[in-house]
Design a protein around this ligand. Structure first.
Ligand SMILES: Cc1cn([C@H]2C[C@H](O)[C@@H](COP(=O)(O)OP(=O)(O)OP(=O)(O)O)O2)c(=O)[nH]c1=O
Length: 199
């Protein structure tokens, strides 16, 4: 079976792809991640996921199957990005307090020079976050390297009143959409006899 190459440094994406039972290796790619002013979050997420998969395919060759992904948090259509430091993280968290925001997660696969993409958009509603709690969470370091300065899979779960969409998409790799892309290439693994990540 063709081996999938995951063009991602994110340990979350590796863990999520393992959940599908896919045999894969990790490929290190570096793609600039700067949205154009006013660029719609959906368009941006798809273009960055595609750039990561294409960069991987250039390194790995046309025979390879390279998967890239991108996750972005946006409020009122504005992409928040990742926090630069703890103060910036606290500011982002206070913007998300007591309201809904969107998480766009795009997946892209390049195989034989052909690009296929899929998208998941999730609406997340946060309850109120006090300034002191935002500062304290920011200081833990968990928000660093995370879009929107939070981890749904971590302590930030305590603020999440509801999510409508894909939990795995918020964590970084929407598994329904990823499995569908792999199915289309007949690369789906069989369900593992021992689920690899289940507790
Ligand atoms: C909203 C949210 C994001 N994230 C993470 C997922 C992504 O790893 C990260 C968004 O940044 P990305 O640029 O999508 O990914 P990355 O830089 O971590 O990894 P790579 O580009 O090498 O694939 O934020 C969480 O882990 N939990 C969350 O709840």
């Amino acid at each position: 079976m063709t081996k999938v190459l995951l063009a991602s440094k994110s340990p979350r994406r590796q863990a999520l792809l393992r959940q599908l039972g896919v045999d894969f290796a990790v490929l290190d790619v570096d793609v600039p991640e700067v949205p154009r002013p006013g660029q719609p979050p959906i368009e941006y997420a798809v273009s960055v996921a595609a750039a990561k998969a294409r960069a991987g395919a250039i390194r790995a060759g046309a025979e390879s199957v390279v998967l890239g992904a991108d996750t972005d948090v946006s409020v009122d259509g504005e992409i928040l990005g990742k926090p630069q430091d703890a103060g910036h993280a606290a500011q982002m968290l206070l913007r998300l307090s007591a309201r809904e925001h969107q998480v766009c997660s795009a997946v892209a696969i390049v195989h034989g020079g052909e690009l296929r993409t899929a998208l998941s958009v999730t609406t997340v509603e946060f309850g109120p976050i006090s300034e002191a709690a935002a500062m304290a969470y920011a200081e833990t370091g968990e928000p660093l390297g995370k879009a929107g300065a939070y981890a749904i899979q971590g302590y930030a779960a305590r603020w999440i009143r509801s999510i409508k969409g894909s939990y795995s998409g918020v964590v970084g790799l929407p598994l329904f959409e990823t499995a569908a892309l792999l199915d289309a290439l007949t690369l789906t693994a069989q369900p593992p006899t021992t689920p690899p990540n289940s507790p």
